[in-house]
Design a protein around this ligand. Structure first.
Ligand code: SF4
Ligand code: SF4
Length: 301
């Protein structure tokens, strides 16, 4: 059954089926989830091959890398290093500015859903978590996601006061990225612990409440050019809310805004929140084709 014939909520769909989508005239195609997984796996395969057989396309890890010789440095890592050492080498400035420019174009938290290796693991944990909730084995818990700003500030203050990159000790993204490039380490036990918290305690807890890397890309995302666009084909079925772990960003899909939109003649709106990871799950499940990607600078291209 395609999304045009049934509501593809998490409870109703198998994990495997979410890798495929169907056009309105019944043609099979890869879903956005499948495309994201291919991108994430390809990026990390390049990291692995650069180290293993020295192909020198994408070298390093997600914290700091070189793509065809260009430096790319994670923005939060740069903030940590600067606050810990009061020093920012020129390569770091170039690498960080390059990354900021890229994410201003492709969307801030695109990093979370199209690049981060933990995001991929977390999606598996999310499915397990939702299945357990559905079977009433565990309770659904949610907290105020603005707690992420407090963690963001705490980790930077800790760098400043200690002179160490304290967050890197628990950074599951860095641990996984180093694992892919350089091999096993005991720190993977910590990744497993975070994964189990997400399965048994709170849906996507790391990404939603804690990760300061995602929070930093969220700041960039507020003004980025790539966004999710909603249109008035929407019948407010709320399936997109079901599949989105940051569903506060989909407020505009609610029917309570229809009257105001009708009065103002608004037929399209953009998801402005930097919390949106541009994962495309909402695009995959929308039976009314009311959600799509949009590039706000397309008139300039
Ligand atoms: S945007 Fe699509 S999935 Fe979301 S409420 Fe509207 S019709 Fe349903
Ligand atoms: S709004 Fe859509 S693209 Fe954005 S995080 Fe939610 S499901 Fe993903």
């Amino acid at each position: 059954m395609s999304k045009y014939h049934e509501r593809r909520t998490i409870a109703k769909t198998s994990f495997l089926s979410t890798f495929f989508d169907e056009t309105a005239d019944g043609k099979k195609k890869l879903s956005m989830r499948a495309k994201r997984w291919i991108v994430i796996i390809s990026i990390h395969l390049l990291f692995f091959l650069s180290f293993a057989i020295d192909i020198q396309i994408l070298e390093g890890t997600l914290s700091g890398s070189r793509f065809l010789g260009f430096h790319l440095i994670d923005v939060f890592a740069t903030l940590e290093v600067y606050l810990a050492t009061y020093h920012m080498p020129i390569n770091m400035v170039i690498g960080t500015v390059s990354i900021i420019l890229v994410y201003l174009l492709i969307g801030g938290r695109t990093y979370c859903s199209w690049v981060c290796p933990y995001g991929l693991l977390s999606e598996i944990g999310e499915k397990l978590h939702n299945t357990l909730v559905d079977k009433k084995i565990i309770k659904e818990r949610s907290f105020d996601n603005r707690v992420r700003y407090i963690f963001w500030a705490i980790f930077l203050i800790l760098s400043f006061t200690s002179g160490y990159l304290v967050f890197e000790l628990i950074n599951v993204v860095g641990i996984l990225s180093r694992f892919v490039a350089y091999g096993w380490s005991v720190a993977l036990v910590w990744v497993l612990a975070v994964f189990l918290v997400e399965v048994f305690f709170a849906r996507r807890a790391w990404c939603k409440y804690l990760c300061p890397i995602g929070t930093t890309y969220g700041f960039i995302g507020q003004i980025s050019a790539t966004k999710i666009e909603w249109n008035d084909n929407c019948d407010h079925c709320m399936v997109c809310h079901d599949v989105c772990f940051e569903n506060q960003v989909l407020e505009i899909t609610k029917s309570k805004y229809d009257k105001q939109r009708e009065e103002l003649g608004i037929k399209k709106e953009v998801v402005m929140s930097g919390d949106c990871t541009l994962c495309g799950r909402c695009v995959d499940v929308c039976h009314a084709d009311a959600l799509s990607y949009t590039f706000r600078l397309k008139s300039l291209v």
